[in-house]
Each structure stands twice: as structure tokens, then as C-alpha cells.
Design a protein around this ligand. Sequence first.
Ligand code: ZN
Length: 206
Amino acid sequence: MAILKIKKYGENVLRQKSKEVTKISKKIQVLIENLVDTMYHNNGVGLAAPQVGENVRIFVIDVTEPNEAPDPIIFINPKIIKKEGAINSYEGCLSFPQMYTNVRRYESVKVKALNFNGKPFVIEARDGSLLARAIQHEFDHLDGILFVDHTRNVIETSMLLDKYNLPKLEEERLIQEDELEQEILERTPSDKEIAEKHLKEGKNDN
Ligand code: ZN
């Protein structure tokens, strides 16, 4: 059991594509235990192996509330087998201390992976839940993709990186997500719609 040092944005290991795990050895299981301990130590919702300098396809997530018993989910060699819908989400990352920014995500994902003992499982996370968003965030780490690559607002994200003394946004890495953006815009009520709804609800009260 050990708390590992977390790699920060700008370190090369975060931009590498990670390799599949070929054997769930004792060494891999120790890494997983350390990932879980390191995630809890830093009050994180998830942590991926590249964030502790290991380019292997493993991440851990725990979306339980602080007053609930811990319930870490271990993902080894995960595959996203279904993704649908679109949402936006303010996310942070342990590799970007203190910084949160607005990113695009799928609303629901279905993932196949191996657990701590190498047993396959399937998990579905829907409705833009914390789990759905965390799975996408951590999965990206295995391909060297970071949450800022999904930003909805380049100017805001650039300012925040500057504020927290982090390296600049790598604009060539920004992901084109026109369809997701369109869907997010369509489901976000306009100011006029919000005002009309407010008026209507006010009238119903009288
Ligand atoms: Zn992260």
C-alpha cells in the first residue's frame, strides 16, 4: 500500500497511449491497490494509471458520497461499447490541481472491462451521471487525451490554465465535437425559454 506521486499536466507520460494489460500479475494488482489508495488520499473520483506514470490500460473510480462506504470500481483493458446523448460538465482532474472547466461528454456510456481478478464485466452509466462522466474522463487518460481537449470554451480554459500556472492549451489536440456541441445547445434552454417557464409557473401559483 502506497500513495503515489501524481503526474501533472505538461508531463509527457500523460500524453502517451497506454498498453493493454496482458497478465493480471501481482505487480499489476499492487499498482491497482496503490491507484485506489492514491485516489482516496487526494479525494479524487477517479484515477488512471498514466497519472502515476504507468502507461497501462487501468483506471479506478469511486463515485460514492463521503458518508457512504467506499466502493471502488476497477477497470482493466476497458472498451466503450456504446455511447449516446450529449451533455456538458464542469470537470477537474488530479493532474490539473484546483482547475475546473466546461467540457463536452456523452450522456450515457456502456463499458466492458476486466475486474481486479481478471473477470469480465459490463457496466452502463446513464443520464450524464458522475459515473458516466468519470468513465469517459478516465478512459481518455489511457489514450493520452485530457479533459481540456474537450473544452467548450477555449478562451476560458486558457485563462484558467494560466491562472493555475499550468502549461498552455495545446490547440492542435482540441477534439472536434460539432455533433455533441449541437446536441448540447439544442437541449440547453435559452434565456427566453427560462423566462417564459418562470412566468408560466408564477401564473399557476396565483
Ligand atoms: Zn484526469
